[in-house]
Design a protein around this ligand. Sequence first.
Ligand SMILES: Cc1ncc(COP(=O)(O)O)c(C=O)c1O
Length: 420
Amino acid sequence: MQSANSEISLQLGVDFAANLLNPLASKKSGDDPIFFWFSRFISARDAGRDAVNGTLGSLLDNSGNLMLNRTVIDSLRKQKGHDMAGYAPLRGIPEFRELAIDLALGEHRKDISASALSIATPGGCGALYAAANNFADPGTKVLLRDLHWGPYQTILAENQLTSTSYPLWGSGLELQKALEELSQSQKRILSWLNDPAHNPTGLTLTSQEREQTLDAFKDSANKNPSIGHTLLIDSAYHFYSEDPYSWARTISKLHDWPSNLLILFAISCSKSHTIYGMRTGALVCLHPDQKFLQKLDEVILHTGRGTWSAAPRLPQVALSQIHADYEDEWCDEKDTLKSILKARRKAFNEELEKVSLKALPNHDGYFAFIQCQNPEAVCESCAAEDVYLVPLKGGVRIGICALPRDKMARVANALANALR
Ligand SMILES: Cc1ncc(COP(=O)(O)O)c(C=O)c1O
Protein backbone atom coordinates (compact mmCIF):
# COMPACT_ATOMS: atom_id res chain seq x y z
CA MET A 1 0.00 0.00 0.00
CA GLN A 2 1.18 3.48 -0.82
CA SER A 3 1.78 5.80 2.12
CA ALA A 4 -0.13 9.12 2.24
CA ASN A 5 3.23 10.85 1.76
CA SER A 6 4.14 9.05 -1.41
CA GLU A 7 0.59 9.58 -2.78
CA ILE A 8 1.00 13.34 -2.39
CA SER A 9 4.44 13.26 -3.97
CA LEU A 10 3.08 11.24 -6.88
CA GLN A 11 0.19 13.69 -7.39
CA LEU A 12 2.59 16.62 -7.55
CA GLY A 13 5.15 14.76 -9.59
CA VAL A 14 7.96 15.65 -7.18
CA ASP A 15 9.29 13.23 -4.60
CA PHE A 16 10.09 15.74 -1.85
CA ALA A 17 6.70 17.55 -1.59
CA ALA A 18 5.18 15.46 1.17
CA ASN A 19 8.27 15.87 3.31
CA LEU A 20 7.89 19.63 3.18
CA LEU A 21 4.11 20.09 3.34
CA ASN A 22 2.24 19.18 6.48
CA PRO A 23 -0.79 16.89 5.98
CA LEU A 24 -3.28 19.80 6.14
CA ALA A 25 -1.28 21.87 3.66
CA SER A 26 -0.98 19.01 1.23
CA LYS A 27 -4.78 18.80 0.99
CA LYS A 28 -4.98 22.40 -0.28
CA SER A 29 -5.47 22.34 -4.04
CA GLY A 30 -7.24 23.95 -6.99
CA ASP A 31 -7.51 27.51 -8.16
CA ASP A 32 -10.15 29.95 -6.93
CA PRO A 33 -13.02 29.33 -9.41
CA ILE A 34 -13.95 33.02 -9.58
CA PHE A 35 -10.44 34.16 -10.49
CA PHE A 36 -10.03 31.18 -12.85
CA TRP A 37 -13.12 32.20 -14.88
CA PHE A 38 -12.09 35.84 -14.73
CA SER A 39 -8.71 34.89 -16.22
CA ARG A 40 -10.54 33.16 -19.07
CA PHE A 41 -12.45 36.38 -19.73
CA ILE A 42 -9.17 38.33 -19.75
CA SER A 43 -7.58 35.90 -22.23
CA ALA A 44 -10.60 36.18 -24.55
CA ARG A 45 -10.63 39.97 -24.32
CA ASP A 46 -6.89 40.22 -24.87
CA ALA A 47 -7.24 38.00 -27.92
CA GLY A 48 -9.48 40.73 -29.35
CA ARG A 49 -12.82 38.97 -28.89
CA ASP A 50 -15.98 40.81 -27.84
CA ALA A 51 -16.05 39.12 -24.43
CA VAL A 52 -18.54 39.82 -21.65
CA ASN A 53 -17.42 39.64 -18.01
CA GLY A 54 -19.93 38.47 -15.41
CA THR A 55 -17.33 36.79 -13.22
CA LEU A 56 -15.97 39.20 -10.61
CA GLY A 57 -17.69 40.63 -7.55
CA SER A 58 -16.63 44.20 -8.30
CA LEU A 59 -18.83 47.02 -9.53
CA LEU A 60 -17.51 47.95 -13.00
CA ASP A 61 -18.55 50.75 -15.33
CA ASN A 62 -19.74 50.09 -18.87
CA SER A 63 -16.14 50.03 -20.12
CA GLY A 64 -15.07 47.46 -17.53
CA ASN A 65 -13.28 49.89 -15.18
CA LEU A 66 -13.68 49.70 -11.42
CA MET A 67 -16.34 52.17 -10.24
CA LEU A 68 -15.08 54.25 -7.34
CA ASN A 69 -16.76 56.30 -4.67
CA ARG A 70 -15.02 59.64 -5.35
CA THR A 71 -15.49 60.93 -1.81
CA VAL A 72 -13.51 57.95 -0.53
CA ILE A 73 -10.75 58.21 -3.12
CA ASP A 74 -10.38 61.99 -2.53
CA SER A 75 -10.10 61.45 1.20
CA LEU A 76 -7.52 58.66 0.81
CA ARG A 77 -5.41 60.93 -1.43
CA LYS A 78 -5.31 63.84 0.99
CA GLN A 79 -4.13 61.98 4.09
CA LYS A 80 -0.73 62.72 5.65
CA GLY A 81 2.33 60.50 5.14
CA HIS A 82 2.15 59.20 8.70
CA ASP A 83 -1.43 58.01 8.21
CA MET A 84 -0.56 56.50 4.86
CA ALA A 85 2.43 54.51 6.01
CA GLY A 86 2.22 54.17 9.79
CA TYR A 87 0.94 51.21 11.74
CA ALA A 88 -2.57 51.41 13.10
CA PRO A 89 -3.16 50.39 16.74
CA LEU A 90 -3.64 46.61 16.86
CA ARG A 91 -7.37 46.92 17.59
CA GLY A 92 -7.85 49.68 15.02
CA ILE A 93 -7.97 53.44 15.40
CA PRO A 94 -10.63 54.41 18.00
CA GLU A 95 -12.69 56.56 15.58
CA PHE A 96 -12.87 53.72 13.06
CA ARG A 97 -13.86 51.22 15.75
CA GLU A 98 -16.76 53.50 16.70
CA LEU A 99 -17.66 53.99 13.05
CA ALA A 100 -17.73 50.21 12.44
CA ILE A 101 -20.42 49.85 15.13
CA ASP A 102 -22.43 52.60 13.44
CA LEU A 103 -21.98 50.96 10.05
CA ALA A 104 -23.43 47.76 11.51
CA LEU A 105 -26.27 49.20 13.56
CA GLY A 106 -27.11 52.66 12.19
CA GLU A 107 -29.86 54.50 14.03
CA HIS A 108 -30.89 51.32 15.90
CA ARG A 109 -27.71 51.30 17.97
CA LYS A 110 -29.38 53.12 20.86
CA ASP A 111 -32.30 50.66 20.94
CA ILE A 112 -30.24 47.48 21.23
CA SER A 113 -30.28 45.96 24.70
CA ALA A 114 -26.64 44.79 24.50
CA SER A 115 -23.28 46.50 24.60
CA ALA A 116 -21.14 46.68 21.49
CA LEU A 117 -17.45 46.34 20.79
CA SER A 118 -15.56 46.39 17.53
CA ILE A 119 -12.08 45.50 16.34
CA ALA A 120 -10.73 46.51 12.96
CA THR A 121 -9.93 43.57 10.67
CA PRO A 122 -8.47 43.23 7.17
CA GLY A 123 -11.85 43.23 5.42
CA GLY A 124 -14.87 41.09 6.12
CA CYS A 125 -12.64 38.06 5.55
CA GLY A 126 -10.55 39.00 8.57
CA ALA A 127 -13.72 39.23 10.68
CA LEU A 128 -14.90 35.82 9.41
CA TYR A 129 -11.47 34.34 10.15
CA ALA A 130 -11.43 35.75 13.69
CA ALA A 131 -14.92 34.31 14.31
CA ALA A 132 -13.96 30.87 12.98
CA ASN A 133 -10.80 30.93 15.06
CA ASN A 134 -12.45 31.78 18.37
CA PHE A 135 -16.13 30.83 18.48
CA ALA A 136 -16.01 27.25 17.16
CA ASP A 137 -13.98 24.23 18.26
CA PRO A 138 -11.56 22.74 15.71
CA GLY A 139 -13.04 19.58 14.25
CA THR A 140 -16.65 20.78 14.62
CA LYS A 141 -19.19 22.13 12.12
CA VAL A 142 -20.18 25.70 11.41
CA LEU A 143 -23.78 26.25 10.34
CA LEU A 144 -24.23 27.90 6.92
CA ARG A 145 -27.05 28.19 4.42
CA ASP A 146 -26.73 25.64 1.62
CA LEU A 147 -25.94 28.34 -0.95
CA HIS A 148 -23.03 30.40 0.32
CA TRP A 149 -19.92 32.27 -0.74
CA GLY A 150 -17.28 29.68 -1.68
CA PRO A 151 -14.37 31.15 0.35
CA TYR A 152 -16.34 30.41 3.55
CA GLN A 153 -15.17 26.82 3.09
CA THR A 154 -11.55 27.94 2.73
CA ILE A 155 -11.70 30.06 5.88
CA LEU A 156 -13.29 27.17 7.77
CA ALA A 157 -10.73 24.67 6.49
CA GLU A 158 -7.88 26.99 7.54
CA ASN A 159 -9.35 26.77 11.05
CA GLN A 160 -9.86 22.99 10.89
CA LEU A 161 -13.61 23.37 10.69
CA THR A 162 -16.20 21.93 8.33
CA SER A 163 -19.79 22.99 7.73
CA THR A 164 -23.33 21.79 7.85
CA SER A 165 -26.19 23.69 6.25
CA TYR A 166 -29.88 24.46 6.09
CA PRO A 167 -31.74 25.52 2.94
CA LEU A 168 -31.65 29.11 1.74
CA TRP A 169 -35.43 28.92 1.35
CA GLY A 170 -37.37 26.97 3.87
CA SER A 171 -40.08 27.13 6.45
CA GLY A 172 -37.70 28.06 9.25
CA LEU A 173 -38.14 24.58 10.70
CA GLU A 174 -34.97 23.41 8.94
CA LEU A 175 -32.93 25.96 10.90
CA GLN A 176 -34.52 24.84 14.18
CA LYS A 177 -33.72 21.23 13.33
CA ALA A 178 -30.13 22.04 12.40
CA LEU A 179 -29.66 23.88 15.71
CA GLU A 180 -31.18 20.98 17.62
CA GLU A 181 -28.82 18.53 15.94
CA LEU A 182 -25.74 20.64 16.53
CA SER A 183 -26.61 21.20 20.19
CA GLN A 184 -26.66 17.42 20.65
CA SER A 185 -23.21 16.99 19.16
CA GLN A 186 -21.04 20.01 19.95
CA LYS A 187 -20.39 22.47 22.75
CA ARG A 188 -20.43 25.59 20.65
CA ILE A 189 -22.50 26.60 17.63
CA LEU A 190 -21.26 29.23 15.20
CA SER A 191 -23.45 30.21 12.26
CA TRP A 192 -22.69 32.56 9.34
CA LEU A 193 -25.53 34.31 7.58
CA ASN A 194 -24.89 36.60 4.62
CA ASP A 195 -27.87 38.95 4.57
CA PRO A 196 -29.10 41.33 3.19
CA ALA A 197 -28.11 41.14 -0.51
CA HIS A 198 -26.83 37.58 -0.36
CA ASN A 199 -23.89 36.41 -2.45
CA PRO A 200 -24.50 34.52 -4.78
CA THR A 201 -28.28 35.02 -5.20
CA GLY A 202 -29.11 38.64 -4.32
CA LEU A 203 -31.73 37.39 -1.84
CA THR A 204 -32.68 39.59 1.12
CA LEU A 205 -34.67 38.11 4.00
CA THR A 206 -37.99 39.71 4.96
CA SER A 207 -38.43 41.15 8.45
CA GLN A 208 -40.52 38.11 9.37
CA GLU A 209 -37.78 35.74 8.18
CA ARG A 210 -35.17 37.69 10.13
CA GLU A 211 -37.27 37.53 13.28
CA GLN A 212 -37.85 33.81 12.78
CA THR A 213 -34.10 33.27 12.37
CA LEU A 214 -33.19 35.24 15.47
CA ASP A 215 -35.92 33.51 17.48
CA ALA A 216 -34.53 30.13 16.46
CA PHE A 217 -31.11 31.09 17.88
CA LYS A 218 -32.61 32.60 21.02
CA ASP A 219 -34.84 29.55 21.64
CA SER A 220 -31.99 27.13 21.06
CA ALA A 221 -29.76 29.15 23.42
CA ASN A 222 -32.47 29.11 26.10
CA LYS A 223 -33.09 25.38 25.70
CA ASN A 224 -29.35 24.58 25.79
CA PRO A 225 -27.86 26.92 28.39
CA SER A 226 -24.48 25.18 28.37
CA ILE A 227 -24.05 25.50 24.59
CA GLY A 228 -22.57 28.74 23.26
CA HIS A 229 -24.48 30.16 20.28
CA THR A 230 -22.83 32.71 17.99
CA LEU A 231 -24.76 34.17 15.07
CA LEU A 232 -22.58 36.13 12.65
CA ILE A 233 -24.30 38.44 10.19
CA ASP A 234 -22.04 38.83 7.17
CA SER A 235 -22.76 42.39 6.03
CA ALA A 236 -20.55 42.40 2.94
CA TYR A 237 -23.26 44.01 0.75
CA HIS A 238 -25.68 45.60 3.22
CA PHE A 239 -25.23 49.15 1.91
CA TYR A 240 -26.56 48.02 -1.47
CA SER A 241 -29.82 46.76 0.01
CA GLU A 242 -33.02 48.72 0.54
CA ASP A 243 -32.60 48.65 4.32
CA PRO A 244 -28.90 48.42 5.30
CA TYR A 245 -29.69 48.28 9.02
CA SER A 246 -32.45 45.66 8.77
CA TRP A 247 -30.64 43.21 11.06
CA ALA A 248 -30.00 45.90 13.66
CA ARG A 249 -33.72 46.70 13.61
CA THR A 250 -34.55 43.03 14.22
CA ILE A 251 -31.93 42.74 16.97
CA SER A 252 -33.31 45.88 18.66
CA LYS A 253 -36.50 43.89 19.35
CA LEU A 254 -34.55 41.17 21.16
CA HIS A 255 -35.22 41.29 24.90
CA ASP A 256 -34.20 38.80 27.60
CA TRP A 257 -30.95 38.20 25.75
CA PRO A 258 -29.57 34.77 26.78
CA SER A 259 -26.00 35.04 28.09
CA ASN A 260 -24.98 32.13 25.84
CA LEU A 261 -25.97 34.08 22.73
CA LEU A 262 -23.41 36.29 21.00
CA ILE A 263 -24.25 38.27 17.87
CA LEU A 264 -21.49 39.38 15.52
CA PHE A 265 -21.37 41.52 12.40
CA ALA A 266 -18.62 40.96 9.85
CA ILE A 267 -18.29 44.48 8.45
CA SER A 268 -16.64 44.84 5.07
CA CYS A 269 -15.79 48.23 3.57
CA SER A 270 -14.72 46.63 0.28
CA LYS A 271 -17.98 47.27 -1.56
CA SER A 272 -19.63 49.95 0.57
CA HIS A 273 -16.64 52.27 0.16
CA THR A 274 -15.18 50.75 -3.07
CA ILE A 275 -11.84 49.97 -1.39
CA TYR A 276 -11.75 46.25 -2.15
CA GLY A 277 -7.96 45.90 -2.05
CA MET A 278 -7.40 48.13 0.98
CA ARG A 279 -8.54 45.31 3.28
CA THR A 280 -10.75 47.24 5.66
CA GLY A 281 -13.48 45.87 7.87
CA ALA A 282 -14.32 45.02 11.45
CA LEU A 283 -15.74 42.40 13.72
CA VAL A 284 -18.58 43.98 15.71
CA CYS A 285 -19.62 42.01 18.80
CA LEU A 286 -22.94 42.43 20.65
CA HIS A 287 -23.52 40.95 24.09
CA PRO A 288 -25.24 42.22 27.25
CA ASP A 289 -22.24 41.60 29.50
CA GLN A 290 -19.62 44.34 29.32
CA LYS A 291 -16.97 42.22 31.07
CA PHE A 292 -17.37 39.46 28.51
CA LEU A 293 -16.93 42.02 25.74
CA GLN A 294 -13.71 43.18 27.42
CA LYS A 295 -12.52 39.58 27.24
CA LEU A 296 -13.39 39.46 23.52
CA ASP A 297 -11.37 42.63 23.04
CA GLU A 298 -8.26 40.69 24.16
CA VAL A 299 -9.19 37.48 22.36
CA ILE A 300 -9.61 39.14 18.95
CA LEU A 301 -6.53 41.28 19.54
CA HIS A 302 -4.52 38.06 19.89
CA THR A 303 -5.96 36.55 16.71
CA GLY A 304 -5.07 39.70 14.81
CA ARG A 305 -1.58 39.86 16.29
CA GLY A 306 -0.99 36.24 15.40
CA THR A 307 -2.15 36.50 11.79
CA TRP A 308 -2.36 39.90 10.08
CA SER A 309 -0.98 42.09 12.90
CA ALA A 310 -3.01 45.30 12.47
CA ALA A 311 -5.48 46.27 9.73
CA PRO A 312 -4.24 49.08 7.41
CA ARG A 313 -4.24 52.57 8.90
CA LEU A 314 -4.91 54.77 5.85
CA PRO A 315 -8.46 53.61 5.05
CA GLN A 316 -9.41 53.66 8.73
CA VAL A 317 -8.34 57.31 9.01
CA ALA A 318 -9.99 58.28 5.72
CA LEU A 319 -13.30 56.57 6.45
CA SER A 320 -13.45 58.04 9.96
CA GLN A 321 -13.04 61.53 8.49
CA ILE A 322 -15.58 60.93 5.75
CA HIS A 323 -18.28 59.80 8.15
CA ALA A 324 -17.52 62.70 10.49
CA ASP A 325 -17.42 65.45 7.83
CA TYR A 326 -18.60 64.24 4.41
CA GLU A 327 -21.13 61.54 5.10
CA ASP A 328 -23.76 63.04 2.78
CA GLU A 329 -21.29 63.18 -0.11
CA TRP A 330 -20.27 59.54 0.46
CA CYS A 331 -23.91 58.55 0.71
CA ASP A 332 -24.84 60.33 -2.55
CA GLU A 333 -22.05 58.56 -4.41
CA LYS A 334 -22.97 55.23 -2.86
CA ASP A 335 -26.64 55.74 -3.80
CA THR A 336 -25.63 56.43 -7.40
CA LEU A 337 -23.76 53.11 -7.48
CA LYS A 338 -26.74 51.42 -5.87
CA SER A 339 -29.10 52.76 -8.53
CA ILE A 340 -26.79 51.44 -11.28
CA LEU A 341 -26.98 48.00 -9.70
CA LYS A 342 -30.73 48.24 -9.43
CA ALA A 343 -31.10 49.15 -13.11
CA ARG A 344 -28.79 46.30 -14.13
CA ARG A 345 -30.73 43.81 -12.03
CA LYS A 346 -34.02 44.96 -13.56
CA ALA A 347 -32.58 44.69 -17.07
CA PHE A 348 -31.16 41.22 -16.35
CA ASN A 349 -34.43 39.89 -14.93
CA GLU A 350 -36.40 41.33 -17.89
CA GLU A 351 -34.06 39.71 -20.41
CA LEU A 352 -34.28 36.39 -18.57
CA GLU A 353 -38.05 36.57 -18.73
CA LYS A 354 -37.88 37.06 -22.52
CA VAL A 355 -36.04 33.73 -22.83
CA SER A 356 -38.34 32.06 -20.25
CA LEU A 357 -35.64 31.66 -17.62
CA LYS A 358 -35.84 32.57 -13.98
CA ALA A 359 -33.11 33.39 -11.51
CA LEU A 360 -33.56 32.50 -7.86
CA PRO A 361 -35.46 35.29 -6.05
CA ASN A 362 -33.12 38.25 -6.10
CA HIS A 363 -33.56 41.67 -4.58
CA ASP A 364 -30.33 43.56 -3.93
CA GLY A 365 -26.61 43.59 -4.27
CA TYR A 366 -24.04 42.39 -6.74
CA PHE A 367 -25.23 38.98 -8.00
CA ALA A 368 -27.95 36.76 -9.44
CA PHE A 369 -28.01 32.97 -9.51
CA ILE A 370 -29.56 30.44 -11.87
CA GLN A 371 -29.96 26.93 -10.58
CA CYS A 372 -28.93 24.11 -12.91
CA GLN A 373 -27.66 20.53 -12.82
CA ASN A 374 -24.37 21.01 -14.62
CA PRO A 375 -23.01 24.50 -13.94
CA GLU A 376 -19.54 23.81 -15.42
CA ALA A 377 -21.06 22.71 -18.74
CA VAL A 378 -23.42 25.71 -18.74
CA CYS A 379 -20.49 28.10 -18.16
CA GLU A 380 -18.46 26.36 -20.89
CA SER A 381 -21.35 26.80 -23.31
CA CYS A 382 -21.68 30.50 -22.35
CA ALA A 383 -17.90 30.89 -22.74
CA ALA A 384 -18.18 29.51 -26.28
CA GLU A 385 -20.30 32.63 -26.92
CA ASP A 386 -17.71 34.73 -25.05
CA VAL A 387 -19.96 35.27 -22.06
CA TYR A 388 -18.02 34.50 -18.88
CA LEU A 389 -19.88 33.55 -15.69
CA VAL A 390 -18.99 31.50 -12.60
CA PRO A 391 -20.08 27.88 -12.05
CA LEU A 392 -20.86 27.14 -8.41
CA LYS A 393 -22.36 24.16 -6.65
CA GLY A 394 -25.97 23.90 -7.88
CA GLY A 395 -25.92 26.70 -10.42
CA VAL A 396 -24.33 29.65 -12.15
CA ARG A 397 -23.50 33.00 -10.54
CA ILE A 398 -24.03 36.06 -12.69
CA GLY A 399 -22.05 39.09 -11.52
CA ILE A 400 -24.52 41.77 -12.55
CA CYS A 401 -22.22 44.23 -10.78
CA ALA A 402 -19.75 43.84 -13.65
CA LEU A 403 -22.22 43.72 -16.57
CA PRO A 404 -23.42 46.75 -18.55
CA ARG A 405 -27.18 46.89 -19.07
CA ASP A 406 -26.86 46.55 -22.84
CA LYS A 407 -25.07 43.22 -22.43
CA MET A 408 -27.85 41.60 -20.40
CA ALA A 409 -29.69 40.28 -23.48
CA ARG A 410 -26.48 38.55 -24.62
CA VAL A 411 -26.00 36.99 -21.20
CA ALA A 412 -29.62 35.81 -21.01
CA ASN A 413 -29.44 34.34 -24.52
CA ALA A 414 -26.17 32.55 -23.80
CA LEU A 415 -27.71 31.06 -20.65
CA ALA A 416 -30.86 30.04 -22.54
CA ASN A 417 -28.78 28.37 -25.28
CA ALA A 418 -26.74 26.55 -22.66
CA LEU A 419 -29.70 25.39 -20.65
CA ARG A 420 -31.81 24.27 -23.58
C1 LIG B 1 -20.37 37.07 1.08
C2 LIG B 1 -19.10 37.76 1.31
N1 LIG B 1 -18.66 37.86 2.56
C3 LIG B 1 -17.51 38.47 2.86
C4 LIG B 1 -16.73 39.03 1.87
C5 LIG B 1 -15.43 39.64 2.33
O1 LIG B 1 -15.08 40.77 1.76
P1 LIG B 1 -13.72 41.54 2.12
O2 LIG B 1 -12.82 40.62 2.83
O3 LIG B 1 -13.20 42.00 0.82
O4 LIG B 1 -14.15 42.67 3.00
C6 LIG B 1 -17.14 38.96 0.54
C7 LIG B 1 -16.33 39.51 -0.55
O5 LIG B 1 -16.52 39.30 -1.70
C8 LIG B 1 -18.36 38.30 0.25
O6 LIG B 1 -18.81 38.18 -0.99
